[in-house]
Design a protein around this ligand. Structure first.
Ligand code: ATP
Ligand code: MG
Length: 881
């Protein structure tokens, strides 16, 4: 049997089905699109669901793909079995109401036995218990002896998720040989051990189930098959595990080299080697699909996988940051099939490095604390870590709970998870209360809970900025009320309103509500649970009561400013993707009338040049005066129009698509009619706000002019105080700096001369100690730099020697000692000399043998110190042999 490599097998599979008239689809992203039921794509059919349900018409009735998959449900298996990874590639062929069992099973068999040449004697099909049709195909059409075909029950061979399309499966198992068996006398196909590995699963969606066990035949019958590429390679290459197939093995060996470990050494470390191998694959692919490590959802899956890999790497003894190095091997092995890996290489390395460093900082501390907790448990004979302690590790040391559980489990302990959850909920509760407390009259203020749930408000502000409507409810700061009177602050709710309520990153509108009897200044507009819109503000005249007819007037200027900022945010996002790359994803945004803020994923700080280019791109779009086209359409239509979904938002069936030239986004906000209305765009800051997340703040229109006006004002003021003009202020400043530099240098040489004068003639102070000359003198008013200069000057005058100069300056004492090489050869040591005498002037210090300095506070001790120096040097030289 020829041992095809992983990359060859992928190609052979897709070409085979292309030859059977299938449309070959690219792997979809690991991040599901428009599917909230899944965190990560876990099978080849997952991204194709709309074709199976009939929601979307497939481009062709036959398709085949190689889909990257993550299965977090298998994380516990990884390392322990030979066949599970959290990451794997799934090969699949699909029929959307086209061919059915007969063709699919025949192709399955042909591909395995003829195309890649696996020995048919090692393959065993299985069918669903009641699926005689499939059994007959295997037996009569394909020619497998009936005793080699296994029948399994629903749990293995029936695919069903609640109600809806479902059906029986037929699998093919590969027998790896007796040595992999569990040894049990009933070990056979279907055994949970690693001898018979499931390679390929054919799912026949032929029924519509009602979820209660009643099935009706579907008119459109589908085929959905899945074969793990790694498992196929395992069978074809006939190796011990998916960690031994060519591409994965190369990665595994790199890990062994880094850890200086041998795989298969039976020292219990193979599991860690396998875990690191698998997890680095998962992490690399997840990051390349734009997932960032965070504390929830798929971001948390990634964080957990990275941290697990980092920990097992440490268990193997790998020192320092290592994940990016391994990721490189993943990219090398898979870039042929997944070119995006190579394109995003630097980005992937950066994310891994940052996360690993962050983790390394907490892990030692956390492990130490956990170690103490374990010790205490052992002493007390307790087997369960309390919820409170687990929570402390999590809350104080950022130690992920599943890591705590995993580490303890390895040692036979467990964690009180209910207790942990209770602490966790308590913390969340506290946080929520804190929010409510500070966010008075915010959208979650409790006062709104007392409003009649039947009340609704309609937003009419896309089309107009004023309207008439009736007041349907009012609240004070603390309760629902019938009326608000002059001077009172509160909330007015009307049946319809042109005021935009804060949401989607756009600040609510400001303005005025008028009635026959009063005026109300609107300071903010918010969404209130149950489709209500609340106008927050203060009665400035008269009074308002429920049922009053009112006129609602949005402040035009502030609304226009908000629109400019919001539209510019869309242009900025597009510009950033052009300048920095398509890994840029929006991570949040906020616009109000003053400015816009845009957060996005990107690793390094932007360079001045990148900022300038992004700014210029936006200004070009502004100058092109592009019409802003806003349309309502179905989410699918929007996606095919190229709309970028906004971060973390959920949409109903119909979405609002905002298009400005080649910027297309789903957005519920308000916008200018033409990009020209933005007038001008200026980035005023670019900063990092979290690992891998940057924030840009920028201005538009009036804001830009005010910004430049204030810069101009400052420039004028600077020019005036330098007695210059704005245009010549640069020359003037340079001239002044030069002058300053010159003065500084003059000052230095004057100081040095003064120090020399202070020392006077030092010849008298030189004494000889056993052939080493010592100059020990006191000067006045010389700082440390001056002392060093002095020392250097005197050094030239002594033949062999030690120089000690002590200066009293500003009530402080500076000491400096130097010993030249010949003196050192005779035992002199400037550092020890200073150390010994510094206490006499109330100081401390030391240094190298050739040069040392110290400071002190006691000027009265200077004479004593000088005397002491003589004694110390005598000891140094005398004791030297
Ligand atoms: P198993 O029982 O071995 O976990 P499964 O029944 O979960 O397999 P399916 O859901 O039928 O597998 O997925 C289809 C194919 O995908 C399998 O036949 C197998 O080749 C592959 N596969 C499934 N899970 C993994 C995994 N964790 N790692 C590698 N390949 C996998
Ligand atoms: Mg499974």
């Amino acid at each position: 049997m020829k041992k095809y490599g992983v990359n060859e097998l992928r190609k052979m599979f897709l070409e085979y089905f292309e030859g059977k008239d299938h449309l070959v689809l690219n792997s979809a992203s690991l991040v599901p699109h428009n599917d909230n039921s899944l965190l990560l794509i876990n099978s080849g059919m997952a991204p194709l669901k709309p074709y199976f349900t009939g929601q979307v018409v497939p481009p062709k009735k036959r398709a085949a793909s190689c889909q990257k998959c993550i299965r977090t449900t298998d994380v516990e298996n990884v390392g322990k079995t030979d066949r599970h990874g959290t990451f794997f590639e799934m090969l699949g062929n699909f029929s959307f109401g086209d061919y059915f069992k007969k063709e699919s099973l025949a192709w399955t068999w042909e591909f395995l036995t003829q195309i890649v040449g696996i020995d048919a004697k090692r393959l065993y099909p299985s069918v669903y218990l009641e699926d005689d049709e499939a059994f007959a195909i295997w037996e009569h059409e394909i020619g497998i002896a009936p005793e080699r075909i296994y029948r399994f029950g629903k749990e293995d061979n029936f695919w069903e998720h609640g109600s809806g399309p479902c059906g029986p499966c037929s699998e093919v198992y590969f027998d790896r040989g007796e040595k992999y068996g569990c040894g049990s006398p009933d070990c056979t196909v279907g055994c949970d051990c690693d001898r018979y590995v499931e390679v390929w699963n054919n799912v026949f969606t032929q029924f519509d189930g009602d979820g209660k066990g009643n099935y009706t035949e579907l008119e459109q019958k589908n085929i959905d098959t899945g074969m793990g590429l790694e498992r196929l390679a395992l069978a074809v290459q006939d190796v011990a595990s998916i960690f031994d197939i060519d591409t994965v093995r190369a990665l595994r060996e790199k890990i062994c080299t880094l850890a200086d470990k041998e795989y298969g050494a039976e020292d219990g470390q193979d599991i860690s080697i396998r875990i690191v191998t698998d997890h680095i694959r998962s992490a690399t692919f997840m990051i390349s699909d734009g997932i960032m490590p965070t504390n929830e959802g798929r971001g948390y899956v990634l964080r957990r996988i990275i941290r697990r890999a980092a920990r097992h790497g440490r268990l193997l003894g790998i020192a320092g940051i290592f994940l990016a190095k391994l990721s490189d091997a993943v990219i090398e092995g898979s870039k042929g099939g997944y070119p995006e890996l190579f394109e995003k290489k630097d980005f992937i390395f950066n994310v891994l490095n940052q996360e690993e460093m962050k983790f390394n900082n907490t892990i030692d501390q956390g492990l130490a604390i956990l170690g103490e907790m374990e010790e205490k448990m052992a002493q007390d004979g307790v087997k369960t870590l309390s919820g409170e302690q687990a929570f402390k590790l999590y809350d104080t040391f950022g130690f992920p709970i599943d890591l705590t559980v995993e580490i303890l489990e390895e040692k036979g302990y467990c964690v009180d998870m209910d207790g942990f959850s209770a602490f966790m909920n308590e913390q969340k509760d506290k946080a929520r209360k804190a929010r409510k407390g500070t966010n008075y009259m915010g959208a979650d203020a409790t006062v709104y809970e007392a409003l009649d749930p039947a009340l609704r408000s309609v937003f009419v502000g896309y089309e107009k900025l004023d309207c008439r409507s009736d007041i349907i409810a009012l609240t004070t700061e603390s309760e629902v009320t019938e009326a608000l009177t002059d001077g009172q602050t509160g909330t007015i709710i009307t049946a319809s309103t042109p005021f935009y309520a804060t949401g989607g990153g756009q600040n609510g509108d400001y303005g005025m509500i008028k009635s026959a009897e009063g005026e109300f200044a609107v300071k903010d507009t918010i969404k209130i649970a149950g489709d209500k819109i609340g106008h927050l503000g203060k009665v400035t005249k008269g009074m308002f009561k429920a049922g009053d007819a009112a006129e609602l007037l949005v402040n035009h200027n502030s609304r226009y400013d908000i629109c400019k900022n919001h539209s510019a945010t869309h242009l900025l996002q597009k510009a950033l993707r052009t300048v920095l790359g398509t890994h840029v994803e929006q991570a949040g945004s906020y616009v109000d009338k003053e400015r816009l803020r845009f957060d996005f994923s990107h690793f390094a700080a932007m360079t001045a040049d990148e900022i300038a280019r992004a700014e210029q791109l936006v200004n070009e779009k502004v100058a092109e005066n592009i019409e802003v086209v806003i349309t309502e359409m179905s989410l699918d239509a929007a996606r095919s129009a190229g709309a970028m979904a906004l971060f973390g938002e959920k949409y109903g069936d119909s979405v609002r698509v905002v298009k400005m030239g080649d910027s297309v986004e789903l957005c519920g906000g308000t916008h200018v009619g033409n990009t020209g209305a933005i007038t001008a765009f200026k980035i005023i800051s670019e900063t990092g706000i979290a690992a891998g997340v940057r924030r840009i703040e920028a201005l538009t229109g009036r804001g830009v002019f005010e910004h430049y006006a204030s810069i101009e004002r400052i420039l004028n003021e600077v020019a005036a105080s330098l007695k210059s003009t704005p245009l010549s202020v640069k020359d003037k400043a340079e001239a002044l700096l030069n002058e300053l530099k010159q003065l500084k240098s003059e000052n230095e040489s004057l100081k040095s001369k003064a120090a020399k004068d202070a020392l006077g003639d030092v010849g008298d102070h030189v004494i000889d100690i056993e052939g080493v000359k010592l100059l020990a003198v006191k000067v006045d008013g010389v700082d440390m730099n001056g002392l060093r200069d002095l020392g250097d000057q005197q050094k030239a005058k002594l033949i062999t020697g030690v120089i000690l100069i002590i200066s009293a300056a500003d009530g402080k004492v500076n000491l400096m000692a130097m010993a030249d090489e010949t003196a050192q050869a005779k035992g002199a040591h400037a550092g020890n000399l200073i150390k010994a005498i510094a206490p006499l002037v109330g100081g401390g210090g030391g240094g190298r043998p050739g040069m040392a300095q110290a400071g002190g506070k006691n000027t009265a001790g200077i004479e004593a110190a000088l005397k002491e120096a003589e004694k110390v040097l005598r000891e140094q030289v005398g004791s030297f042999v």
